[in-house]
Write a protein that binds this ligand. Structure first.
Ligand code: ADP
Ligand code: MG
Length: 226
C-alpha cells in the first residue's frame, strides 16, 4: 500500500529552481533513503513532503500522518524533556493528558532516557537530544517518519547511537524516509535509495543497484566518501 506520493513536484526560490520535477512513492513498511550533494534539494523535498513548504506545482498524496525529525533537533529549550514530547499530542491532537504522558514515558524508556524526563534540552548531549526529538515525533503516532540528516549535527561517537535507534525502528517496520550522508548505514538499512542531483532524482533503486550505478555524478559523489 502506498502511504505517500509526490507527483511532478516543482519548487523555486526566486530564480533558483530547487526541485525541478520530483516524483516518488513510499510504500507501507518501506525504508527509503535519500542521498545526494549539499544543495541538491533534499531538505526542500522533505519540507514540501511534511507541509513546511508549499510546492509551486505538482501533487502530494498523503495516506496518513507524517512526522519529521530535524537535523538540529528543534527541541523547545524552555520545555522539559517530557513536555517536549507530550505538548503537541495534547494541544494539537487534543488527546488525553494521562494517555499521552504514559506513551511519552514508554517512548523515553525505549530511547534509554527514562531518567531524563525532567531535564531540559541544554542538560543533554546531542545524541540524547536527538533521541528526545525522535520520541517526540513518534508520540504523534505518525504513519511515516521523515528524517533530515539526523546525525549530521552530532559528533562521530554519538552518531552510532542514533543510527541504532533508527535501525530498531526499521526492525519494527516503521515506514521511514531518511536523508543521510551515512552511506554504509543507507546501504544497510534501506529497501530503496534515491540519489538526488540538482533538483532531480538522478538514480533510484535498491542499495545494490544505486551503489553500483555508473551514473557519473553518483560515482563522483560516492568518491567523496572514500
Ligand atoms: P540540501 O538539503 O540537499 O543540501 P536544500 O534543499 O537545503 O538542499 O537547498 C537547496 C537549495 O535551495 C540551496 O541552494 C539552498 O540555498 C536553497 N534554499 C533552500 N531553502 C531556501 C529558502 N527558504 N530560500 C531561498 N533559498 C533556499
Ligand atoms: Mg539539507
Amino acid at each position: 500500500m502506498k502511504l505517500f506520493e509526490m507527483k511532478h513536484i516543482k519548487k523555486s526560490f526566486g530564480a533558483l529552481d530547487v526541485l525541478r520535477d520530483i516524483s516518488l512513492e513510499v510504500d507501507q513498511g518501506e525504508v527509503l533513503s535519500i542521498i545526494g550533494p549539499s544543495g541538491s534539494g533534499k531538505s526542500t523535498l522533505l519540507r514540501c513532503a511534511t507541509g513546511l513548504e508549499i510546492p509551486d506545482s505538482g501533487e502530494i498524496i498523503k495516506n496518513g500522518k507524517i512526522g519529521l525529525v530535524f537535523q538540529n533537533f528543534n527541541l523547545f529549550p524552555h520545555f522539559s524533556v517530557i513536555k517536549n514530547i507530550a505538548d503537541a499530542p495534547i494541544k494539537v491532537q487534543k488527546r488525553d493528558k494521562k494517555e499521552v504522558y504514559a506513551q511519552a514515558r514508554e517512548l523515553l524508556k525505549k530511547m534509554g532516557l527514562s531518567d531524563k524526563e525532567n531535564y531540559y534540552p541544554y542538560q543533554l548531549s546531542g545524541g540524547q537530544q536527538q533521541r528526545v526529538s525522535i520520541a517526540r515525533a513518534l508520540c504523534m503516532n505518525p504513519d511515516i517518519l521523515f528524517f533530515d540528516e539526523p546525525t549530521s549535527a552530532l559528533d562521530p561517537e554519538l552518531t552510532g547511537e542514533i543510527l541504532k535507534v533508527i535501525k530498531d525502528l526499521a526492525a519494527e517496520h516503521i515506514t521511514m524516509v531518511i536523508v543521510t550522508h551515512e552511506m554504509n548505514f543507507a546501504k544497510d538499512i534501506s529497501d530503496r535509495i534515491i540519489f538526488m542531483d540538482d533538483g532531480l532524482i538522478a538514480v533510484e533503486g535498491t542499495p545494490q543497484e544505486v551503489f553500483s550505478s555508473e551514473h557519473v555524478r553518483m560515482k563522483e559523489f560516492l568518491g567523496k566518501f572514500h
